[in-house]
Design a protein around this ligand. Structure first.
Ligand code: FMN
Length: 396
């Protein structure tokens, strides 16, 4: 019989990319297993836990099933781990297999985030199954993948540290290869005073943005506009489908064609189609069917919303996504020192025709960009008070 004395617990410790924490891989502490392929085991749980605790582990993740804990004669393994002040997680996986739906859900929602938080904090997380090869190797490799390692690299590193037989089955390898790659969040935490100052500064800056309807014809640095479009394209979107196209027009002939097409529609809108109330609401803004800014502004960005992917595949929350991206775009242009107008000619289909866009792209906004004309005036309008738009639910 091999014991904890004859074979002290061997914990293979693997470094994790980008964080100070480490993952330890081992067999089932304290196991009694007379029929093991490599020879019989009669281990001592407390001695094995001495080794784990001695390494400084804060957390033990048990991957064997409850019936195995019984068979291995360590039914109270979890309680003994916790009695030493370590955290115990039980994520049962069938021997030679991969997590079932319930275990997977629990990992994703609860255990995974906790383990990653611990690794980020520099803790040692020990994972074990029965023999410390298949399921434990799988879990260790998974944590490496979640921190940016490729599946091949993660598997190789776990095998090098633990045993060439670690990650035992094709199904386990396939499971690892199917994990969507993850990387650590790049997040800057600011002191609270700095947060207040940053929030106030951005509010002050964005509240000076106004819709400009009189543009200078002076050229603008187009690389600034491209950068602002890159900012817009970084916006969140339904299922990350990024259902937007930004068409940048600077060619005078194309701007003229767009102006003519838009003015024809706008003229019909102002003369015939617009309901009285709409015209009354527009009156303070001084808008009319004539749109000289479509030629004066050195650049026009026509934002298109992609109703579907080019191959017809589904997009989600298209309007919301393109709206958020357009908000980013207006803020980025303003921040860089350029004026904009949010223009929605009614109807807008002419924009797609003139720009010869494919049928899955629907015109969403037309944004003239440039410097304001000298002497540019804007309507003296204001915003509702914060009280009128913010409802705070009091603590119960
Ligand atoms: C979705 C949307 C559509 C708009 N459409 C037009 C438009 O077609 N023509 C126009 O002159 N202004 C348009 N505006 C600009 C609004 O009139 C303007 O944002 C509002 O009066 C507030 O003024 P400000 O942007 O100067 O703060 C639009 C704004 C939004 C958000």
């Amino acid at each position: 019989m091999r014991t904890s004395e004859s074979h002290p617990l061997r914990v293979a410790v693997v470094a994790v990319d980008g964080v100070p924490g480490r993952v330890g891989v081992t067999l089932c502490p304290g196991k009694y297993q007379p029929d093991a392929l490599t020879g019989a085991w009669d281990r001592d749980l407390e001695r094995d836990l001495d080794v784990i605790a001695g390494l400084g582990a804060t957390t033990v993740v048990t991957l064997v099933e409850p019936h195995e804990l019984q068979a291995l004669r360590v039914p109270d393994l979890g309680a003994r781990v916790e009695a030493r002040g370590m955290t115990w997680w039980h994520l049962p996986i069938r021997d030679q297999s991969v997590p079932d739906e319930a275990t997977e859900r629990r990992y994703r929602e609860v255990v995974g985030p906790d383990l990653r938080r611990r690794l980020a904090g520099g803790e040692l997380v020990v994972v074990h199954c029965k023999g410390g090869l298949g399921r434990a190797g799988l879990m260790a490799a998974r944590l490496l993948i979640e921190h940016g390692a490729s599946p091949t690299d993660a598997i190789a590193r776990v095998r090098a540290a633990r045993d060439p037989r670690a990650i035992e089955t094709r199904a386990q390898e396939r499971f690892l290869k199917a994990i969507p790659p993850q990387r650590p969040l790049a997040f800057t935490r600011h002191p609270v005073d700095a947060m207040r100052a940053r929030a106030a500064a951005l509010r002050d800056e964005l509240t000076t943005r106004r819709s400009v309807r009189h543009f200078s014809t002076e050229p603008i640095p187009l690389e600034v506009v491209r950068d602002a479009i890159a900012t817009a394209a970084s916006a969140p979107s339904g299922a990350n489908k990024q259902p937007w196209t930004f068409v940048l027009v600077t060619d005078p002939a194309m701007k003229r064609r767009l102006r003519e097409a838009v003015e024809a529609e706008e003229r019909r809108f102002y003369d015939d189609r617009a309901p009285e109330r709409w015209l009354r609401d527009l009156e303070p803004l001084g808008t009319a069917w004539e749109k000289p800014y479509l030629e004066d502004a050195p650049a026009l960005i026509v934002v298109f919303a992609q109703a579907t992917a080019p191959d017809g595949a589904r997009h989600y929350y298209v309007k919301e996504s393109v709206g958020i991206a357009s908000g980013f775009l207006l803020a980025a242009l303003h921040h860089a020192g350029l004026a904009t107008l949010t223009h929605t000619p009614a109807p807008m289909a002419v924009l797609a025709e003139v720009l010869d866009r494919p049928s899955h792209e629907k015109p969403y906004l037309l944004i003239p960009v440039g410097y304001p004309a000298d002497g540019c005036l804007v309507p003296a309008i204001s915003r509702k008070d914060l009280d009128a738009v913010l409802v705070e639910v009091p603590p119960s």
